[in-house]
Write a protein that binds this ligand. Structure first.
Ligand SMILES: [Zn+2]
Length: 562
């Protein structure tokens, strides 16, 4: 099938493309970019099965969210806990996966990655994500508080054994990357330790968070995962935590490392409130360490819910719950998590400063392929606030108006008023498409290059950036038009998402084949250290296809390093 997107402004910073042209799509892939007056078979409107009028529109690849909690045990638990606060599956900050997918597609996002897939919960996480009809998804396997890994590092086993374990867990859980949350700190909580700083030894295994980071960064690099170790640092939300964030960067020893929701890890302890912005320190550290990428985890004012595997932090946080209820579950097991509803308020100094720090980071980090647009959905805000956030970044006067409304002491303590940068459309596309694809190793996804999968969005150019990015006119997935204001509704009560979306779900994973002998030895060792038997954990390709209803998209690892 041939589709012809006519006369839009095509934007793809990966090939310095920014001009009015026609985009030709054949059989689910981008075929060519043609000048509007080009002749030749591909340019002939008449030869197309489907033609889309994109005049006065922006045309770009579908958005990619590198960190959003849309599936898995703790999201389901949060929905259960907050039934009275949310409006069922349609909730603003806890939508069902199907509704989340509809909203992402309406905003022009086509791929989303769930960053906290606990190995013993991976099957449920994939089953839930498979209900995100029309979206591509993928998961990051959560390691770094599992007893076997801590024991191996503490015992000083050779790196190659750790590598085999990490590779086996990623393959068994059908994941694309590895994430660590509060390295060792969640496990230490079980031994009556309430915070574990980067150089503090674990009370049982003697290993420090710094050693866990170093070992896992190396494992991820050596087994060839494209995405660097995805790190939720120690001491989330604690004033002065910039010191542990910088030590975490140094622990990577120059290997690639990605710091997630870094706004929550970027605090000094100066000033009358004992909390200050450390954005400049982090930016300087990123200049010194080109191996570091970050996503921000911007907060927005309003009601949301925090859901995290960082049980130690959620235990400390639960007294701030709004409304006053929370759940900390399975702490003794490896799938422990905490759910704490939360309301960010403008009139609170801390919340206002958090808002300002997030924006400082976006605006101070020059390279849009090293900083990614996230709210750590739903922890900082629901993902549906992205259009508003984009306008804050791209419209200086809008940002100034918003800054005038926050707590005055927080505004005075922030450098935000001195930052007049406005993101350009090319920078926005780099931050939400090209950069995320590169950092996840998704090949040509996120670009409009010939041969790339035709995940393409057509946005109408409206008078403000938030209006432009709130609702796409057309969203194409693998060349099929599945959402958008100009795509006819199905009459099923689901606005602007076609039934074609329902047949499309794909899971991105790295094609690390499960090494049978390494797996057998891990299964044997695991019961002595872990809290469950591993024998049932591995999810086969066939199960993904036939039971969970998802097509696997394989990405090749880099060659193994030794
Ligand atoms: Zn998160």
């Amino acid at each position: 099938m041939r589709t012809f997107i006519r006369g839009g402004r095509l934007i793809d910073p990966s090939q310095s493309l920014d001009r009015v042209a026609d985009l030709v799509i054949v059989d689910g892939q981008i075929e060519a970019v043609q000048s509007p007056d080009a002749t030749g078979p591909a340019a002939l409107d008449a030869s197309s099965d489907h033609a889309i009028d994109a005049r006065d529109c922006l045309v770009m690849a579908g958005g990619i969210d590198v960190h959003t909690h849309i599936g898995g045990g703790k999201v389901a638990l949060a929905r259960l806990l907050l039934q009275d606060l949310t409006d069922g599956p349609e909730s603003e900050f806890l939508p069902s996966p199907t509704v989340a997918a509809q909203r992402y597609l309406q905003m022009g996002y086509t791929s989303c990655f769930e960053p906290a897939v606990l190995p013993c919960n991976a099957r449920a996480a994939h089953a839930e994500m498979a209900l995100a009809h029309g979206l591509d998804t993928g998961g990051y396997c959560l390691l770094g508080n599992d007893d076997l890994l801590l024991q191996m590092i503490g015992d000083g086993v050779p790196q190659v054994m750790v590598n085999d374990y990490v590779a086996a867990m990623v393959a068994a859980t059908q994941c694309i990357a590895v994430k660590v949350v509060n390295p060792g700190g969640i496990n230490a909580f079980k031994y009556n330790v309430r915070d574990l700083d980067v150089d503090t030894p674990h009370p049982r295994y003697g290993v420090t968070p710094s050693e866990i980071i170093r070992t896992l960064c190396r494992a991820v690099y050596e087994i060839g995962l494209p995405h660097p170790l995805h790190v939720h640092c120690s001491n989330l939300g604690v004033p002065g935590n910039i010191a542990s964030t910088i030590k975490t960067i140094e622990a990577a020893d120059g290997l690639p490392i990605h710091l997630t929701h870094v706004q929550f890890h970027c605090y000094g302890d100066e000033g009358p409130y004992g909390m200050s912005s450390a954005a400049q320190q982090l930016v300087r550290a990123m200049q010194k360490h080109p191996n570091v990428t970050v996503d921000v985890g911007q907060i927005m004012f309003g009601q949301t819910v925090t859901i995290s595997g960082d049980t130690a932090h959620q235990f400390a946080n639960h007294r701030h719950a709004k409304p006053r209820k929370s759940a900390l579950v399975d702490i003794e097991c490896e799938a422990g998590c905490g759910v704490v509803p939360f309301r960010y308020r403008r009139r609170q100094f801390v919340h206002s400063l958090q808002w300002a720090i997030g924006l400082e980071l976006f605006l101070m980090i020059d390279d849009p392929e090293r900083v990614f647009l996230t709210t750590d959905h739903p922890n900082g805000a629901p993902f549906t606030s992205y259009p508003h956030l984009i306008r804050l970044l791209a419209d200086h006067s809008f940002r100034e108006t918003a800054l005038a409304e926050i707590h005055t002491d927080a505004a005075a303590a922030s450098d935000l008023s001195g930052l007049d940068r406005q993101y350009t459309i090319n920078e926005l596309v780099a931050m939400t498409r090209v950069g995320p694809s590169k950092i996840l190793g998704l090949g040509d996804t996120g670009t409009l290059r010939p041969g790339a999968p035709a995940d393409v969005v057509v946005y109408p150019q409206r008078s403000t950036w938030d209006q432009t990015f709130a609702q796409a006119k057309y969203v194409l997935k693998s060349g099929r038009c599945i959402a958008g204001t100009d795509v006819p509704s199905t009459g099923s009560g689901r606005p602007q998402v076609s039934t074609a979306a329902e047949s499309l779900h794909r899971t991105h994973r790295v094609d690390l084949s499960l090494d049978k002998s390494a797996w057998k030895s891990i299964v044997r060792r695991y019961p002595a250290a872990g809290s469950s038997s591993l024998g049932r954990l591995a999810i086969s390709d066939d199960e993904m296809r036939t039971q969970l209803g998802s097509t696997l998209v394989n990405h090749a690892p880099r060659p193994r390093q030794r």
